[in-house]
Design a protein around this ligand. Structure first.
Ligand SMILES: C=C(O[C@@H]1C=C(C(=O)O)C=C[C@H]1O)C(=O)O
Length: 389
């Protein structure tokens, strides 16, 4: 076992880093890459892990990320070397920051006013019937005058919120001029599996965190009492419980949502737990459940296909890996996958980040715009650019 701060310090672009309250993991080198189409990935991963284990590799696992759309890019590999450590602690590593030296240009896509207009269009569709919820995202493209120090950015994300699921994944695609890294600090557990024990923790229904305690108490109460946010949340919990019911003998959903906080946001949260019916069935691996759950209405909508079509039409930018999934799965089918939010893709001097908000009947376009701005703060703060929001 290594020290969590040492794993973080050893991270270099090209590696895979993942940390959560369950522990941290640094994976280097590639034994093999898994390529498979949507719907076949979990089976291909299980097959690859079996053959790698048969070849004598101990405790093999697959790490990586899958994009939002069914035809999106994936990055799934069996790494050559895996180092593990406990959960990261907040103060252990003092990291230098070089971001203050870089100057930036920022391009919002679309412009904030155009995003609010898209929310109004989405509301008109919801009003017309056939669509109950859709999550609309917007994008910030940032360009620095110097290369971005990805290890520093990752360290700042981890330090800012050790309770988050922090990640850095090599997602270099043909045509990229250099290594492209997906990194972020997601608050949302899509699904984890350990033996029979399955946990999902959908979030939906949000308010920005404020500076003072009294205002935060007011916001927590407002979220819990908001009919609009409760409906937004219920859509996700309902679908997550239904999908897990296909894998689990017993699924338990809390009667009431709780509120969880990140350094930038408050979210309605439900911890859904289940017992896997047959842990030896390769069709019940953590990745199989993650693929069946994705995309939940936390990032897409209800009904799923109608919402996905609305997103393709209303959002000007392709989401890439944003609102997909990132994590790991091992040869026993255990693993942990989180929703790729509060994330960015970084390549040399360029950063591309997305943030979205769930739209249901009763949503206010200006409030949804403000919510996306607040969600950008996770990455902007880590870049030293908080004043942009
Ligand atoms: C879509 C994002 O977040 C998701 C949407 C939420 C909402 O609409 O309230 C809350 C948490 C996430 O499930 C994002 O951060 O970009």
């Amino acid at each position: 076992m290594h020290h969590p701060a040492d794993l973080l310090a050893a991270y270099l672009p090209g590696s895979f880093y993942y940390s959560s309250p369950r522990g941290s993991l640094l994976a280097d080198g590639i034994l093999t890459t898994v390529q498979a189409a949507h719907g076949h990935r979990a089976a291909a991963v299980a097959e690859t892990l079996d053959s790698v284990a048969t070849a004598g590799i101990e405790r093999p696992l697959v790490v990586g990320a899958i994009g939002f759309r069914p035809d999106a890019q994936t990055s799934l590999v069996v790494p050559a070397v895996v180092r593990r450590a406990g959960k990261p602690d907040a103060a252990a590593d003092a990291t230098r920051s070089v971001f203050g030296l870089a100057r930036w240009s920022v391009t919002p896509r679309p412009e904030p006013a155009a995003y609010a207009a898209q929310v109004r269009k989405a509301l008109a569709r919801i009003d017309a019937g056939g669509l109950d919820k859709v999550v609309l995202a917007r994008c910030l493209e940032l360009s620095a005058d110097d290369k971005i120090a990805v290890p520093d950015l990752l360290a700042r994300l981890v330090r800012a919120d050790p309770a988050a699921h922090a990640f850095a994944v090599d997602v270099t695609a043909p045509g990229d001029p250099a290594i492209r890294t997906l990194l972020g600090a997601s608050p949302e557990l899509l699904v984890s599996r350990r033996g029979r024990q399955v946990v999902a923790n959908p979030l939906a229904g949000s308010l920005p965190r404020a500076a003072d305690d009294a205002e935060n108490q007011r916001r927590i109460a407002a979220l819990l009492g908001s009919d609009k946010d409760r409906r937004e949340h219920a859509h996700v919990v309902h679908q997550v419980a239904e999908v897990l019911g296909q894998f689990c003998a017993d699924v338990q959903v809390p009667a009431e949502p709780a509120v969880v906080g990140t350094p930038t946001m408050w979210h309605l949260s439900s911890r859904v737990v289940g017992e896997i019916a047959d842990p030896h069935d390769p069709g019940s691996s953590a990745l199989a459940m993650a693929e069946a759950l994705h995309p939940t209405p936390a990032v897409c909508g209800v009904p799923t296909v109608t919402a996905r079509d609305a997103i393709a039409e209303l959002e000007p930018e392709d989401r890439g890996y944003y609102s997909g999934l990132v994590g790991w799965t091992n040869v026993d089918g255990d693993g942990e996958w989180v929703v790729t939010i509060r994330s960015a893709e970084v390549c040399e001097r360029e950063v591309r980040m997305f943030a979205g908000a769930g739209i249901v009947a009763g949503s206010d376009p200006e409030a949804e715009l403000a919510e996306t701005s607040a969600k950008f703060r996770t990455l902007l703060r880590a870049l030293g650019l908080e004043e942009l929001t």
